[in-house]
Every structure is written in C-alpha cells, then in structure tokens.
Write a protein that binds this ligand. Structure first.
Ligand code: C5P
Ligand code: MG
Length: 193
C-alpha cells in the first residue's frame, strides 16, 4: 500500500492537492476536517461534539478523532492506499495511525509537509472564508488560534516522522500545478525507495 500524510498548517493547500493526488495515484482521500463538517452538517452527536472545538479553532479530543479515522479506514478494505489530510494532528494520533497501519501489515510511506508562512495562510483562509461557508475561516482570531494550535500540537508530528526518515518539506508557494509537480516527484521517490 501507499499511505501518504499530506501535512501542513491550515490553508496550506492540503485539500486542493489531495484532490489532484487521489486522481493520479488512485488512493482513498481521508480528510478528518471534511468528515467533521459532514457530521456537523447532519447535526449528529459526533458533529455536535466536534463543533464545540472547531468553532474555537481547538482540536477535537484524540479518542474522538482516532475512532472516526479508524471507521473510515475500515470502511475501505480494498483501498490501494490512503491520503490522510489533516490527520494526524497530534503525536497520539500519529502513534494510533502507525498502530492501525501496522495491524494491516503496512505503514506510512511518506509525510509531505506543505511549507507556507503565517501571513500568507491568514490571507488565503480569509479569502476561502468568503465562499467556504466555514465559520472558522471567517474570523481572524480563530484563524490565529488554529495556527497557534498547529505550531504547538501538530508541528511535532513532522519531527516524529522525520526521525523515521519519512518526512519532507515541500515549498507550498507557487501555482497549484507547480506544487502538485513537487509533490508527485517526492511521492514517486518515496514509493520507489
Ligand atoms: O483539517 P481542517 O483544517 O479542515 O480541520 C478543521 C478543524 O477540524 C480544525 O481546525 C480542528 O478544529 C478540527 N480537526 C481536529 N482534528 C483533526 C482534524 C481537524 O480537531 N485531526
Ligand atoms: Mg482541508
């Protein structure tokens, strides 16, 4: 299997690039943020719980997110592999993912981190907020909190996979196609390794 983690701060282009990558590599895209938004849209108990955190730009508790992620992986037994987008967001989530994949006889192929600076991110998210309908994209305070949470809780996940020789940074500034080409090069090299 080829299992990719598309990593990077909010607004770094993970969702945009994941959509192109799944098409090229025939992998299953799992965006935990999209899954939460779907649950919130249907006002399910999971959605109601997630909303309490998401509207503040905080992380949903690990056990909730990990449980949802496992369900989604289990629902795709024939997948050639996965693109994880917005997950793992904490070291505990990374450890849970490694265990889940190890139990399936596989593992993380590569983590690709889209590198974009904070001011560019805030600009992009506010722009996206005009059409995304996401409350957490429309408030600069919430966006700044999401970036702070990313720096504190999520960025250590990069080092966790870097220690395993699996993480690399990809410049996330440029056209969508340029960034896509950079990602494809890195993925092809990781798959061949
Ligand atoms: O990945 P995305 O930016 O779409 O996630 C939106 C929000 O969902 C995050 O700001 C966070 O509140 C929540 N989330 C989370 N844990 C994850 C993924 C998303 O708490 N692993
Ligand atoms: Mg996204």
């Amino acid at each position: 299997m080829t299992n990719l983690i598309l990593f990077g701060p909010p607004g770094s282009g993970k969702g945009t690039q994941a959509a192109k990558l799944v098409e090229k590599y025939q992998l299953v895209h799992i965006s935990t943020g999209d899954l939460f938004r779907y649950e919130m849209g249907n006002n399910t108990p999971l959605g109601q719980e997630a909303k309490r955190y998401i509207e503040k730009g905080e992380l949903v508790p690990d056990e909730v997110t990990i449980g949802m992620l496992k369900n989604k992986v289990d629902a795709n037994p024939d997948a050639k592999g996965f693109i994880f987008d917005g997950f793992p967001r904490t070291i505990a989530q990374a450890e849970a993912l490694d265990k889940l994949l190890a139990d399936m006889g596989t593992g993380v192929t590569a983590l690709l981190a889209l590198d974009v600076d904070d001011e560019e991110i805030i600009k992009r998210i506010l722009l996206r907020g005009k059409t995304s309908g996401r409350a957490d994209d429309n408030d600069e305070q919430i966006i700044r909190n999401r970036i702070e949470v990313y720096n504190k809780e999520t960025s250590p996940v990069f080092d966790y996979y870097a220690q395993k020789g699996k993480a690399q940074k990809i410049p996330g500034i440029g056209s969508i196609d340029e960034i896509f080409e950079r990602l494809c090069k890195a993925i092809d090299a990781a798959v061949a390794a």
